[in-house]
Write a protein that binds this ligand. Structure first.
Ligand code: NAD
Ligand code: DAU
Length: 361
């Protein structure tokens, strides 16, 4: 019998990349539970839509009855929990969905898993894994000369998004400590790459550049993020799932700190050479400094030595190779971008489900 895993949030940016890679590598069956919020896009999964090893289920991690049924029906040996509200700016405008999915949803997911896991045989219980995908933002903001975040760094989340992710991390920790649930938590830095929703800095800048719009830089543009190519994050998750020590936390990062303004200028340079503006000017002309994000964290940096030393993981891509691949993907997949920005992917989803006898608004 092939191994089955349950992935949540597998129609989003990182989750979809993870599912595509898992199936490409032939690692077993994936049951993919996704609520298809605005960030969930079945077009990300077109390549596997006819793959019998991929079972897509439209639903909410907070629906305990549904999750319990999926666990009973498919008997997965692990869950990888990507499902979350993920955009900091949206959490500032409206935190409630973040509490609902990231905190309450994770709680219900854990409860469903606990009930299922408890009645497994001792051998199956020991082999089971709940891998929770989290973020470096739970550690708060670093001073310019401070050492990068290790797994020992105290939690100090600053946005409603990071506070909700911190709460979910604590719940996962508590379910291990109290009930012995075999959990693993990964805290990763900023990802970039294919299928990244164009509300986040890198895909937004590529899209705005190509459509002649301003490239908005919050505040001074001197805030620092630590960038990791998405498939490197997926490889780290696979490695932690395979060999991580139960109950442990692993930081994941690319040793790749850059100020936002540098990221945007790099994108402009790459686009200038790959897709020059018709007037011969640089895309950098479109840079526009705008009002800062409320409570904007100044710097994130991840120390991923534990993952490297204990499990042998290191990123395959440098920022130079990863960002070039990313720009190439966006240039080659303008239909995907247009469908997302026009909202057409929603119509596609409605049609897709209408064909299967389900109404989807
Ligand atoms: P995303 O917003 O692109 O995708 C989230 C996915 O979760 C979507 O498909 C959405 O439909 C689904 N979802 C949302 N609420 C749900 C619910 N209640 N039930 C089921 N599905 C639901 O996010 P992403 O950038 O791919 O991030 C995935 C995970 O990785 C998140 O947990 C995020 O906190 C974490 N993370 C992201 C980054 C990053 O740079 N993007 C870095 C570190 C960690
Ligand atoms: O660090 C990991 C986190 O990275 C993940 O947990 C989040 O889910 C993910 O969204 C990301 O959060 P950020 O807030 O760092 O990503 P974002 O792309 O929104 O912003 C990156 C930086 O760029 C940040 O300092 C804000 C700035 N920015 C962002 C946008 C959208 C701008 O200057 N202008 C913009 O228009």
């Amino acid at each position: 019998m092939t191994k089955t895993i349950l992935v949540t949030g597998g129609a989003g940016f990182i989750g979809a990349n993870f599912v595509l890679e898992w199936l490409r590598l032939g690692l077993g069956r994936v049951v993919n539970l996704d609520k298809l919020t605005y960030a969930g896009n079945l077009e990300n999964l077109t390549a596997v839509q006819h793959n019998p090893q991929h079972v897509f289920v439209h639903g909410d991690i907070g629906d305990q009855a549904l999750v319990s049924k999926l666990l009973q029906d498919y008997q997965p040996s692990a869950i990888v929990n990507f499902a979350a509200e993920s955009h900091v700016d949206r959490s500032i405008h409206g935190p409630e969905d973040f509490i609902q999915t990231n905190v309450v949803g994770t709680f219900h997911l854990l409860e469903a898993v606990r009930a299922y896991w408890t009645q497994l045989s001792t051998v199956d219980r020991q082999a089971w894994r709940f891998l929770h995908v989290s973020t470096d933002e739970v550690y708060g903001s670093l001073m310019p000369d401070a050492a990068a975040f290790t797994e020992q760094h105290a939690y100090a989340p600053n946005s409603p998004y990071s506070a909700s992710k911190a709460a979910s991390d604590h719940l996962v920790r508590a379910y291990h400590h109290t009930y012995g649930l075999p959990t693993l938590t990964t805290n990763c830095s900023n990802n970039y790459g294919p299928h990244h929703f164009p509300e986040k800095l890198i895909p937004l800048v590529i899209h705005n550049a190509l459509t002649g719009k301003p490239l908005p830089i919050y505040g001074s543009g001197q805030q620092i993020r630590d960038w990791l190519y998405v498939t490197d994050h997926c490889a780290a998750i696979r490695r932690v799932l395979e060999a991580g020590k139960v109950g442990e936390v692993y930081n994941v990062g690319g040793w790749n700190e850059m100020a936002n303004i540098e990221v945007v200028k790099t994108l402009c340079r790459i686009l200038d050479s790959k897709k020059p503006r018709s007037d011969g000017k640089s895309y950098a002309e479109q840079i526009s400094f705008v009002e800062d994000r409320l409570g904007h964290d100044q710097r994130y940096a991840i120390d991923a030595s534990k993952l490297h030393q204990e499990l042998g993981w290191k990123p395959a891509e440098s920022f130079d190779t990863g960002i070039e691949k990313t720009v190439d993907w966006y240039l080659a997949n303008q239909d995907w971008v247009n469908n997302v920005t026009s909202g057409d992917y929603r119509h596609w989803v409605a049609k897709h489900y209408a064909e299967r006898g389900e109404e989807l608004a």
